[in-house]
Write a protein that binds this ligand. Sequence first.
Ligand SMILES: Nc1ncnc2c1ncn2[C@@H]1O[C@H](COP(=O)(O)OP(=O)(O)OP(=O)(O)O)[C@@H](O)[C@H]1O
Length: 448
Amino acid sequence: MSRKIGSRYTAHQLLGRGSAGTVWLGEGPEGPVAIKLLREDLSSDQELVERFVQERTALLGLDHPRVVGVRDLVVDGNDLALVMDLIRGTDLRTRLDRESRLAPEAAVAIAVDVADALAAAHAAGVVHRDVKPENVLLDMQGPLGPGGAHPALLTDFGIARLVDEPTPIRAQPARDRQSSQGRSPNPRSVIGTPDYLAPEIVEGLPPRASVDVYALATVLYEMLAGFTPFGGGHPGAILRRHVTETVAPLPGIPDELWQLLLQCLAKAPASRLRASELATRLREVLPGLAGYPPLDIDEPDEQQEAEREGAEAETPRRGVSVPAAGPGSGPVHTTPRRRGAVPLVPGAVPDSSRETHTSMRVPSADELAGGAHGTARAPRVHGQRRAGSARNPAVAGALRRRRLKVAAVTVAALVAVGLGGWLVAGGDDDGDPPRDGGHSASQDPGTP
Ligand SMILES: Nc1ncnc2c1ncn2[C@@H]1O[C@H](COP(=O)(O)OP(=O)(O)OP(=O)(O)O)[C@@H](O)[C@H]1O
């Protein structure tokens, strides 16, 4: 069923869902468009409305072939909609859900496109702040590039901030704001997607362009490995790993590529390459990757993860796709993935397919310092058991004993920190909506 959005646009078909709304295939005076419609029950939320308007503001100044163009912002009664260029294809998350790992050449080709988009954004003074596979759209109608990769475009500048703009996304008391001396001593909240958050954001430093480079390097690592370097488990644990752990090497990765990844995943923002430099260096590496197969590595041992982190939040995700005009590009159904994330939007329903944002309290310096337990995920060569794997019979007994100990220590720690140490602000591990906003969002009915 179609519906008018403002006087100029019509929404026809659901393309995908985000935490703040739905994206529709639509029609405008100049042809097909993508229409991002803010959920009606949330359009009265001032903060979200600002995020929406900001997305347009950030993107209107950006005209680049690797950035999804924003054409219009519609405010019509309860409807608040962002009209964008329609990208016929899918998003990188859907592709990763389907293929798990990409061949290095295809992965790097996609990363080059995103690095180009970021270089343009950074040159315009815009930091994206939410680079992740969900926000990389693959244009199935575009020409095939190296490794058979379709052109990639960066979208969703919803939480992008103009560089040096002091106002945080989520309002925080002035006393909590960043001092010129360094990190804020007080607890504050951070918004983003835990797996891709640069350590300096966790530490409370203002996000500069280098946070996007860190996030892109994380995405590239994920395209190569099938998982992110510091993901898995509770969002708080993920944040801690970004700050305290070193990234585990990927067996079989070409050294030049690994060095680039290491440099861009550096804890110190100044040590990272700029986006334009990363694009150049990745382009140099590309020809040497032709014919390289996807890395032959296994996902980190789930049982080992459970051992180290306790129960993990299970956030179901549904497949989304854009019907592409080309052959073999029909709807794709994704397998639910385990994601340590909770919704950005207070009250957002847990079965939204894109609940990958997290608003959480930034851990204190003490918590970060005391948190290094060597929990970064270590990739394994395919078929090989990790020395400490619970699937290895030699260590299973020891792990069972340790589990009891861990349970005891966990209870003691929770008591010691008043049950709040790592808990997401207002959220918990069972996928329930956060409780901090007092919103009572109902599920999007799925029709415009
Ligand atoms: N311009 C577009 N053209 C075609 N499809 C799009 C476009 N923008 C978004 N989509 C589709 O809609 C999905 C949801 O997009 P949206 O930006 O709302 O959410 P998200 O980025 O996944 O989540 P969140 O906003 O919570 O970060 C995308 O993953 C993609 O499949």
